[in-house]
Design a protein. Structure first.
Length: 265
């Protein structure tokens, strides 16, 4: 099933969604896909004209592939311009992920502060792509393309605070218009930046994730490359604290991300 087909499944049968092993990340489902599907379920409960401003996601446990999961949504409050929504993913009677989302309409304001410029990065054509290699790279990477322009790849013994480059859905999928749903997958496609410090493979994953979206979103398709950069702000005792941003190819800020990651080395 493609990304679009899985998102459609949340719309049509939210109480019984089965993700195939093609979207695996180890024994679990790719976290960016879980977040994207949960966001879609939440968005359906929000009035039109209130785009998502912020999502705070906790990965409670692995969402298993090949087994049914239910996407449950509760509207906590609907104000004049902001909706507060809670979403859960439940599988085999246990919660595997939850998210609290803030959806807000635009308002007239005298406050306007432009984003800092995007970092300099080598051109897409000059960057090494992470290939999909069966039984080596995560299964979901067959659907997402990442090209390294900064820092090291996972387990390359590259002690760099920064990791970044270019990302998009692979060109063999339809050129759909990019929404916040796609941005969730693009940001989380990148491995935890702390993994580049390791010399040998070891498990690592997101524990919590907060992502904020910049509106209005520019017009992009799933074929367009986006620029990503992550910075390790602190790492100790098996946990890393990582801030990241995503821009369009011409430097428009799309999203700001912060993750607490775990590593089991």
């Amino acid at each position: 099933m493609t990304f679009a087909e899985l998102i459609h499944a949340v719309h049509t049968r939210p109480q019984h969604v089965v993700v195939p092993p093609l979207w695996g990340q180890g024994r679990a489902t790719f976290g960016g896909l879980v977040a994207a599907m949960l966001y879609e379920a939440m968005r359906l409960k929000v009035p039109a004209g209130r785009p998502v401003r912020s999502l705070s996601i906790t990965f409670v446990g692995p969402m298993l592939m090949g087994e049914a999961a239910a996407f449950e949504v509760e509207v906590l409050r609907e104000g004049k311009s902001v909706s507060q929504v809670l979403g859960r993913v439940v599988q085999n009677g246990s919660m595997v992920a939850m998210a609290q989302g803030s959806f807000g309409a635009s308002r007239v304001s005298a406050v306007r502060v432009e984003a800092e410029p995007a970092p300099a990065m080598k051109a897409v054509e000059e960057c090494q792509e992470l290939p999909y290699i069966k039984d080596v790279t995560p299964e979901f990477t067959r659907f997402l393309a990442m090209r390294w322009g900064q820092g090291g790849m996972p387990f390359s013994n590259t002690p760099s605070r920064h990791m970044g480059g270019w990302v998009r859905l692979r060109s063999d999928v339809s050129h759909d218009k990019v929404s916040e749903t796609h941005l969730l997958a693009l940001v989380d496609a990148w491995p935890p930046a702390v993994l580049s410090y390791l010399k040998a493979p070891a498990p690592g994953s997101s524990l919590t994730w907060t992502i904020e979206f910049v509106h209005p979103l520019p017009s992009l398709t799933t074929h367009d490359w986006c620029l990503y950069q992550a910075e390790i702000e602190h790492a100790l005792d098996g946990y890393g604290h990582i801030a990241a941003r995503l821009w369009t190819k011409d430097g428009q800020l799309l999203a700001l991300s912060r993750q607490t990651t775990t590593v089991f080395d």
